[in-house]
Design a protein around this ligand. Structure first.
Ligand SMILES: [Zn+2]
Length: 234
């Protein structure tokens, strides 16, 4: 069993939790932080800010042209998933160095995934779990942030290098949640926001947005979907 982005593993840490539900704040009434409605220079690379989810899929053919091998501890001997776009790879290296400086050892488990890889993984998941379950915990091809080359699944020894909700309770997971934005990443699928993001809580999945945008999203306390819709409304 796998989680939304952990399709290569057979463990089912995330499957027991029903995230989301009626405790969810109404996104329409969520406050937009001061300053978020200011005119801003568009990012040098608009793709860095791209929203990718179940209603905003990527084109089948999309593949980043600047993928590089990441230079941090990895888990799999898989050259595809051990890649990110260049800027994200550099930021990840700094993030891991920052964690190590504070005494925490992180591992990069799964980064870039091509459309074809995601297609095969989702089909495999459907065959084992059924389509309903698969769509909740995994992504259809084109709907995975991993295809952007800007998302990475991060783990630690304290959860046996797996992808499980427990990671959010570990010292490494807490450090990640508190510090990722300083390196340009956000925790993309926060707890209790399944009905907005479309995915269960994934404390291990980080998305690169660049330092400025990641910090704004972090400080807003919103999901990326809510953050963007707040800005659009301005
Ligand atoms: Zn992921």
């Amino acid at each position: 069993m796998t989680a939304a982005c952990s399709n290569e593993t057979a463990q089912g840490g995330a499957s027991g939790t029903k995230a989301g539900g009626s405790s969810q704040a109404d996104p329409a009434t969520s406050e937009v932080p001061d300053g978020s409605q200011e005119e801003e220079e568009p990012p040098a690379d608009p793709a860095l800010a791209a929203l990718v989810n179940k209603t905003h899929p990527l084109q089948n053919s999309y593949a980043p042209d600047d993928l590089v091998a990441i230079e941090v501890p990895t888990i799999f001997q898989n050259s595809e998933v051990n890649q990110l776009r260049k800027g994200a790879a550099e930021a990840l290296k700094e993030l891991f160095a920052g964690a190590e400086k504070d005494g925490y050892k992180l591992y990069a488990r799964s980064g870039y995934r091509s459309y074809e890889t995601q297609q095969a993984l989702f089909a495999d998941y459907v065959s084992r779990e059924g389509e309903g379950a698969a769509n909740r915990y995994s992504a259809r091809a084109g709907q995975s942030e991993h295809q952007t080359g800007l998302a990475m699944d991060v783990t630690s020894d304290s959860v046996s290098k797996g992808l499980t909700e427990q990671f959010g309770e570990t010292e490494e997971g807490r450090w990640l949640a508190e510090n990722a934005h300083l390196y340009g990443f956000i925790i993309r699928y926060p707890k209790g926001r399944e009905d907005i993001t479309g995915y269960i809580y994934e404390p291990w999945h980080i998305r690169y947005l660049g330092n400025e945008l990641a910090t704004k999203v972090f400080e807003s306390g919103l999901t990326y979907e809510e953050y963007l819709s707040g800005n659009e409304a301005s």
